[in-house]
Unconditional design. Sequence first.
Length: 742
Amino acid sequence: MRVRIALGLLLVASLAHAAEVRGKVTSVTGGEPLSHVLVSVLETKLQAVTSADGTFAIRDINSGKHILRFEAVGFRLVTVPFAIATGEAKEFDVNLAPDNFRRTDTVEVRGDVFQGGDSPSVNEMNLTSSEIKQASTVLADDPFRAIQSLPGVSASGNNELYAEFSVMGAPFSTVGIYVDDVLIPPPLHNVPNQQEGASLSLLTSQTVDEMKLLPVAQPEKFGDEIGAALDIHTREGSRTAPIFRLAPGIADSEFLGEGELGGSKRGAWLASFRKSYIGWLVRNRIGAGFNDVSFYDGDVKLDYDISPGQSLSFYSLAGHNNVEVANPASGLVHGATDFYFTRLGWRWSLNPHLLLDSRAAYVRQPVSESDVGGTQSHSTYEEWSGGTNVHWSWAKNHLLEGGWTLRRLSTSFLQGIFLQNAIGYVPQTRTGLKPDGYLQESSSFLGNRLHIEGGVRYDAETEFPGHAPSPQVSAAMRILPGTELQVGYGRYVQYLFPPNPFLPAPACFGGSQNWEDSSHVTVAIETRMGENTRFRVQGFDRRNEERFHRDASPCGVAVSALTRLFGRNYSRGVQFIAQRRSANRLSGWVGYTLVLAREKFLYRNPTTGVVSFSPFFSTPEDQRSSLNAFASYRLKPTINLSGKFLYGSGFPIFAGLQQGPDGTLTPAPVLRLDAYVRADLRVDKSWAFSHKTLTLYGEVLNLTNHSNHIVTAYGTLPNGGFQVFTAVALPITPTAGLAFEF
């Protein structure tokens, strides 16, 4: 009996003096506590899982040196060495970063989980680095596919094989794409005018930090296009020892490396390379009638702090794409495109309230094509640009921003001309100089209940007449606790470059020039439930006008100068969004959008000779209804589930006008695609080793095996009718990939 009592006393004493580690785990983006994180003491069986508030505790640790490991699928593996003595208790506060986020040891707190650092009056949908990765699909690993899952966004023509998209009735050609504050052409692997193929962006989910879609009434800083804006920011490399990631997959393989540049954590480098064989997969799943597409791409980014308030950055993105046409009856046999983008940046924080951000960039995009007759054609787009943005926080809750950009645009191509018995080709080169500038102010009043953002922009172009500055204003007013009324208006005027690509220089046929003028209006009510959930109802109206200018007496021809409105179009509708954003449990969104998109143009009645506007008819973006849903859920520390559901009522295949007996035009019956339905399911499973991780990505595309038709070609019947050729897009397609980080 005495022995038992003595043993019990010894056990109590040992437990009272047992070593213990405890602490809290938070997300590096926003500082949110992370639950379901596995915390282990390596070389022992001791471990714990963080609770809902991110805390953990591990007891009964032997004295000595150990390594504490923090593991969660989708996050970078963190190991912390420590030494502990008998009876000692140590606390650790650890920040985890997504595995496609630069590794850091500090928490970057943002003002709003949905708006980031932007004014609440700005209408935007942003994607975090984790959402970009989960929604990009394993098959393509394309951030533009993640954009296609956002509410109000659909793959153009519901063609899921292409990265292009429409935004609430605005075509892809009117979406301005910015990479690190530089407007660039769409960075896509594709060949123009090819329907039987596929396209992807040169970017991957591992190198993009954040993407922000501004669908309507965007600030004038993003007013280079009249439809919408997509703001993309690439991430820095990790300022740590080198990290490498190898990711072989069914559709492509990627290698990425990153690490510290120089010493004292003053800089970082990141480099990635990707080789794709998605063309083989598309032809295998859809049919040999589709083009064989192959590409490779890569990027490099360098960042360095030259002083505490100044930093330099260098970014270069390049890629090559080949297309072997499966059905060369259309004329094209082979196509190849290249894309080169280089940016040099300099940021100078003069004081805590004034920031200067300058950049210089170069873009080159050559295209080469060969037809069945052996004729080769080449065209190249080239652009130099430079500019500076200034951010001045001149008072509390008041931010003044301004900037300028100067772009030198150049394009060269072969222009077809009619000869006596054939068509000849003449090399053409067009250049233009385009300066622009903007000024905008963001302010908060009434104890942050009222937010106002307004700006003005001016654009010019060497070959176009001038126009008045373009204004934009938006406001958000808190009308109830957690509920805001948001309104916005913007006007955008942009020019076509080259002004008239169809006339050889000098143009002796009137010297025509076209430009577009767009006005946006939006009204929304948004309700927040806590910090992580919101509901939003929005109405919008986007009205565009196309104008034409003809020079006076070109090349000695006696004509008068003429400026005329010749086309109008609009897109308007309503949108409903429910969204929850959290690093724990369920995260995602559900959005329904109803859109009407119409257009009309000026024409001369052949019977009466009267010039008037036609009736409105459907545009190619007139998709009435779309439903976009995405969800992600970390089931266990090592297992994450995600999926998305996309629905779109049929886009018009053909919509136009028909002529009546009296010469008037009336809308023709609209021929539409069938409804688009697609459900995808993804599972990520990770395994952690001492300082390495292995992640298996499994995904099933089109889980319901729904037959989604895409347009592959158009044709005209002998009777003048219209013929459409379609094919079935991806059937149910399982894909898988591995990622090994070391």
